[in-house]
Design a protein around this ligand. Structure first.
Ligand code: FMN
Length: 300
């Protein structure tokens, strides 16, 4: 089987999930990053199955993945699935794929299911190392489960209701235009900047330019946070989102091996905000048990 995963990712979480599908699927898997400076995408007709991956932004799928889906050719009956990463497992996120799936179906794609993976936040607040470790270990187990679902031809519909649908639609029409208007408010602190230009290389929207020796942020921004999250000097001001900024990689490959980090924080030590994750992990545990997959096997 040949599979292509078309992925939009700001800070790398969704690309990490894609790399897990590549690891666990018994198939030849190609990962394509949706970005303005990527080469043209391979056509879906060369593949047996396509996957579309994105990070949830304001309870919705970000603009670049929706625009990308609109450029896909019509393909009657081509099998497809959707996967998404987000910082919370709340069911309010459930409506996020609606528009994307609608676009795909209109073009004739046969959408089998969508899968939601909870990964460490790249905005709002930084998850603790223990929590990030748990998220990464469970994401590995859940991707292994999802790969098995694909191989077994599983079909599933995510439960929707009018509330989830409205929530997603309202946030999408506010957040997406706002991101463009807000874009030029991103600024580089020249005192901290070491001119590595990592932000320019990472930006999937090619929105950061240097003009007269100064960094200029344009209106193509989609608030993916790739630039500020990855800045090694934490030198990027993020406009209105100053208090929600998260800077610096979670070093997931190191955290998963750190035996001093308690596992699993949820439910064992879930306090304050982490209590909200109980339902998500309960659901993961139930699905893994049913599939005879042991999450402990994913601990390094
Ligand atoms: C602008 C923005 C909005 C976000 N909105 C949500 C949200 O509504 N729900 C949620 O659970 N996570 C939200 N997140 C967190 C991301 O979905 C999460 O960190 C994701 O794994 C990032 O994936 P990426 O690294 O592939 O970009 C948001 C992040 C950003 C930058």
């Amino acid at each position: 089987m040949k599979v292509i995963l078309y992925v939009f990712s700001g800070t790398g979480n969704t690309l990490r999930v894609a790399s897990l599908y590549k690891k666990y699927l018994n198939a030849e898997v190609t990962v394509y990053r949706i970005a303005k400076n990527s080469p043209p995408p391979p056509s879906p007709d060369e593949y047996d199955l396509i996957g579309l991956g994105y990070p949830i932004h304001a309870f919705s799928a970000p603009e670049p993945i929706l625009k990308f889906a609109k450029t896909l050719p019509e393909m009657q009956g081509k099998r497809a699935f959707v996967f998404k990463s987000s910082g919370e497992g709340l069911h309010l996120n459930d409506g996020s794929s609606q528009k994307l799936i609608k676009i795909l179906k209109k073009k004739g794609y046969d959408v089998l299911f969508e899968r939601h993976f909870v990964m460490p936040y790249n905005m709002i607040y930084r998850h603790s190392d223990e929590m990030a470790k748990q998220m990464w270990i469970y994401t590995q187990a859940m991707t292994a489960l999802s790969a098995r679902e694909i191989e077994n031809g599983v079909r599933r519909k995510t439960k929707q209701n009018i509330f989830k649908k409205a929530f997603t639609a309202i946030f999408r029409v506010i957040e997406q235009p706002f991101a463009h208007i807000h874009g030029p408010l991103f600024k580089v602190d020249k005192k901290k900047c070491i001119d590595c230009q990592r932000c320019i290389k990472i930006c999937p929207q090619a929105n950061i330019k240097i003009k007269d020796g100064k960094f200029k942020f344009g209106r193509e921004c989609v608030l993916c946070m790739g630039c500020s999250f990855n800045c090694p000097m934490d030198a990027i001001h993020v406009g209105f989102f100053k208090f929600w900024k998260v800077n610096g990689s979670y070093r997931l490959n190191e955290l998963e091996k750190d035996e001093n980090l308690y596992f699993p924080v949820v439910p064992d030590k879930a306090k304050r905000i982490y209590r909200l994750y109980k339902k998500y992990y309960r659901e993961c545990d139930a699905q893994l048990k049913q599939a005879n997959i042991n999450v402990a096997d994913f601990i390094k």
